[in-house]
Design a protein around this ligand. Structure first.
Ligand SMILES: [Zn+2]
Length: 100
């Protein structure tokens, strides 16, 4: 399953935060409610289009020792059902100034 991670920093800051698995490690399993911290389980890669960025980001993945299911921490700017990030979409939605 995927947990939406309320990330407010930049993509670069997000990449840097990935080097520390303890920083956002879930303290319990959201799928079986095991009251023990999940263990780091590497990353998966997903594509993302953002302003000045069209490439892949790493998404941190954790594993529950009890139910053996994985939980990935998807940053908020890469909503699961969207390849385009929220930033780009908001640009499309911005009102266009008109001289008429
Ligand atoms: Zn579990």
């Amino acid at each position: 399953m995927q947990i939406l991670h309320p990330w407010t920093g930049s993509l670069q800051e997000y990449e840097q935060s990935l080097s520390d698995p303890d920083r956002y490690r879930p303290g319990h399993c959201p799928q079986c409610q095991a009251q023990q911290a999940l263990i780091g389980h590497g990353f998966y890669i997903r594509t993302l289009v953002d302003c000045g960025w069209d490439g892949a980001i790493r998404v941190r993945r954790y594993l529950c020792r009890l139910c053996q299911r994985t939980v990935s921490l998807l940053p908020q700017f890469a909503l699961p059902w969207l390849r385009f990030s929220v930033t780009v979409i908001s640009l499309f939605l911005s009102p266009v100034s008109s001289k008429a």
